[in-house]
Write a protein of this length. Structure first.
Ligand code: ZN
Length: 286
């Protein structure tokens, strides 16, 4: 299944994207796609049964309706840094021996096609196409072998980053990762059965039609079971939490000279099986 959410900010509803691309309103199912929903795998089974009965009669969601963040109210968003060896190289940083872990404020989360707001006075706003996943059952001290039992689904994420805030102003990366609209997620959460092999997904990102990033999830340094197991040693991974697994090469700061975003730029990105998203850059004030 492909779980979407739609509607304007403050008035968002759950929906589904069907095999043929049709989007339907799933309000009739009675739950939103939040932690309570993801906590119990039985909810996914019930949703599937609901869809089989109701998909044809449920209200359609028109293509011009805004897509909202495909996970409702995640408790936290954890990101992994430099998780592709070739990206670590372009960033001029050593290949990490343990996962680099940082947080992104959940207030940065927005819909997949919402405009990205370049922060006030920002000179170094940058893009990062990433494979993210959402936690199902709560995870504490899980083994790599059991890790995927705690993953409810996968999604596309653009981990927007302000490099000066992230790298030149001291302290933690969180400052350069958390600006409003710096985490467009979706278009949908794909349940694991939707993907043939999560370790072999092509991923790409274009700016103004020009390809900047082109990679494959198979070249991650730490794979998803390793990340779930590792993180669960330090904190509870709660239902609905989102974890983003790092970006392949081709970010703006990796070019010589570096390329950063300006108002009017259009960023498009996608991952095999997880759809595409598009953000147009606007200045913060507008
Ligand atoms: Zn990232």
């Amino acid at each position: 299944m492909k779980l979407i959410r739609f509607g304007n900010e403050g008035d968002e509803s759950p929906g589904l994207q069907l095999e043929d691309g049709t989007r339907i309103d799933a309000t009739g199912f009675g739950m939103d796609w939040d932690g309570a929903f993801f906590a119990d795998p039985a909810n996914m089974d019930s949703l599937k049964a609901w869809a089989e009965t109701n998909a044809s009669s449920a209200p359609k969601v028109s293509n011009d309706t805004r897509l909202a963040p495909c996970v409702a109210s995640p408790g936290k968003m954890i990101c992994i840094g430099l998780n592709y060896s070739d990206h670590a190289e372009e960033a001029g940083m050593p290949i990490p021996e343990e996962p680099i872990v940082f947080f992104k404020a959940t207030s940065a989360i927005c819909g997949p096609n919402d405009p990205v707001k370049i922060p006030r006075d920002s000179q170094k706003t940058d893009w990062e196409v990433e494979l993210a996943f959402v936690i199902g059952k709560r995870a504490n001290y899980v083994t790599e072998a059991d890790a995927l039992d705690h993953v409810a689904g996968y999604l596309l994420h653009n981990d927007y980053s302000e490099r000066a805030y992230q790298l030149e102003m001291g302290g933690q990366w969180v400052k350069g990762k958390s600006c409003d609209t710096f985490a467009p997620i979706g278009p949908f959460v794909a349940t694991p059965d939707e993907l043939d092999d999560v370790n072999n997904l092509g991923m790409w990102l274009k700016v103004n039609g020009e390809t900047k990033q082109s990679g494959n999830s198979g070249t991650m340094i730490f794979n998803i079971p390793q990340l779930v197991s590792y993180l669960s040693n330090f904190m509870s991974l709660m239902p609905g939490d989102i974890i983003s697994t790092g970006t392949p090469p081709g970010v703006g700061m990796g070019f010589n000279p570096p390329q950063f975003m300006k108002e009017g730029d259009v960023v498009e990105l996608g991952i095999d099986g997880l759809g595409e998203s598009r953000q147009e850059a606007v200045n913060y004030a507008s």
